[in-house]
Design a protein. Structure first.
Length: 489
């Protein structure tokens, strides 16, 4: 374990690395990320084997996750080279400006500084040492101190070693990335005055504790926490009449994927169904699924406790019974819309593992009214037909979630430009931001405007000659630049 004193020394070293590197050219920063991507590819077999030994996850799942991690790094590289993360904006002096003469004013995003990142247990690559938070913070120009999750400590340490060596070989400043372990180091990381932001993926309890601790700092800082989500699915009466069994089958496949240990696992299904149909279709489907142990003993204990509490609740019945095996069979629970209307808190009981709750509603019930009972979510899904008017339901779901899906399933979060992996509290603590995709980089930057500066004293991103050859908005018009191929308007 890393002591608080040692963690403080690492944070100070990280700040020095940030100071030395915050203004490097896009090509240089991109080369550092590319070095990490190449190193992970070169060490893939070793890292996957380590992950298998600590997480019970299979080689196919882990190789795909590592591939995703490398892809994300390279997608961020393209953003850096294009300058999209900088959002460079230039307004030249204009004596005829509509509200009166305008001075020369130019704005660019700059990195925040040292970022503390807390890794997740359920994605040992994609949300770990070089997961979305670390990758986007490095892409922004920050230094990162990563708190390794105790669910896969040896993998975390080795990933850190591989990435740090890659950065060293590529010429990056020492301590641009470092890792810590243990509670004392975690607390020091949150409390240190040089820490300028924190990223977290984990439980609601753990995230709330960090949020409260950060709020108690003399100088509050941004906290980008992903805390928990139940990810409801709403099936309309029309869709159910046409393909109810099909929906149940696909839902069962989704909630049991990865043994229900995805942050986007659908945990609630609102449907005009009954016990017999749920038992018949989902019982058959879950019996066919592959079973593995859960990721850790701690996670298993939390799942067992949450499931036991749900099963013991009057008004909820077990339709498909699981078991207490090392690789537990999935559990399907059932209740009614009337019951959850009387006790909406039931809808926020997350069972992080292979269990789900089906809510049976009566014909003619208002789905928008049921959706209004929910708290903030990462995702909300609708199973409906194109000819149906579901605008009232969608109006509620877009207020409750960060991603709304039509006749698709939420498990699986693609890394792309339009992706939004976030949502209203308690899904996240910063609903305007995403932790996946290039837009995630903006979390770790802030804008600064420069007014009336002589050209030689402007940041390179804002000089008229555009020495970095990046895309910019000049006098209201975007000037996009194909890096290395000349600019165009």
């Amino acid at each position: 374990m890393i002591t608080a004193l040692r963690a403080e020394q690492q944070i100070e070293a990280a700040h020095s690395a940030f100071t030395a590197s915050q203004d490097v050219a896009p090509e240089v920063r991109a080369s550092w990320l590319e070095a990490i991507a190449v190193a992970f590819e070169d060490h893939a077999d070793e890292l996957i084997a380590l992950a298998q030994s600590e997480t019970h996850l299979g080689e196919h799942r882990l190789s795909g996750e590592l591939r995703r991690t490398v892809f994300q790094l390279r997608l961020y590289i393209s953003e850096i080279l294009a300058g999209e993360n900088l959002d460079a904006t230039i307004d030249h002096a204009d004596g005829a400006w509509g509200m009166g003469p305008r001075p020369d004013i130019r704005r660019v995003n700059i990195p925040l500084g040292v970022v503390g990142v807390f890794g997740a247990s359920n994605f040992p690559f994609a949300f770990s040492v070089l997961g979305g938070d670390t990758a986007s913070a490095l892409a922004a120009g920050c230094a990162v101190v990563h708190k390794i999750h105790d669910g896969h400590p040896e993998l975390g340490l080795r990933m850190g070693e591989v990435a740090i060596e890659a950065l060293r070989t590529a010429g990056a400043p020492e301590h641009l990335l470092s890792t810590v372990t243990g509670r004392d180091a975690a607390e020091a990381l949150v409390d240190h005055p040089l820490t300028r932001a924190v990223g977290f993926t984990g439980s609601t309890g753990g995230g709330r504790a960090l949020l409260d601790r950060i709020a108690a700092r003399d100088r509050p800082i941004p906290f980008y926490g992903e805390l928990g989500s139940i990810n409801p699915v709403f099936a309309t009466e029309r869709a159910w009449a046409l393909r109810g069994d099909e929906i149940l089958t696909a839902y069962a496949q989704s909630f049991t994927m990865g043994m229900g240990q995805f942050c986007t696992k659908p945990g609630l299904l609102f449907a005009p169904t009954d016990r017999e149909q749920v038992a018949r279709v989902m019982g058959t489907q879950v019996a066919q699924g592959q079973r593995t142990p859960l990721l850790s003993a701690k996670l298993r204990a939390g799942f067992d406790a949450a499931l036991e509490k749900m099963c013991a609740t009057d008004g909820i019945e077990v339709v498909v019974a699981g078991d207490s095996a090392e690789s537990p069979a999935p559990t399907v629970l059932l209740t009614t819309a009337a019951f959850v209307r009387a006790d909406p808190a039931i809808l926020e009981r997350e069972m992080f593992g292979p269990a789900t709750l089906v809510i049976c509603y009566e014909p003619g019930e208002d789905l928008a009214d049921l959706a209004a009972l929910l708290d903030g979510q990462l995702t909300a899904s609708v199973q409906a037909q194109a000819e149906e008017d579901i605008d009232p339901l969608l109006a509620v779901l877009r207020e409750k979630s960060g991603r709304v899906l039509w006749n698709e399933w939420p498990t699986g979060v693609t890394v792309s430009y339009a992706q939004h992996h976030g949502g209203p509290y308690p899904a996240t603590t910063a609903e305007r931001t995403t932790s996946v995709g290039p837009a995630a980089i903006a979390r770790f930057m802030r804008p600064v405007a420069f007014q009336g500066f002589p050209p030689a004293h402007l940041p390179l991103a804002l000089q008229d000659e555009n020495p970095w050859r990046i895309s910019r908005r000049v006098d209201g018009h975007w000037q996009h630049h194909d890096h290395g191929a000349g600019s165009h308007s």
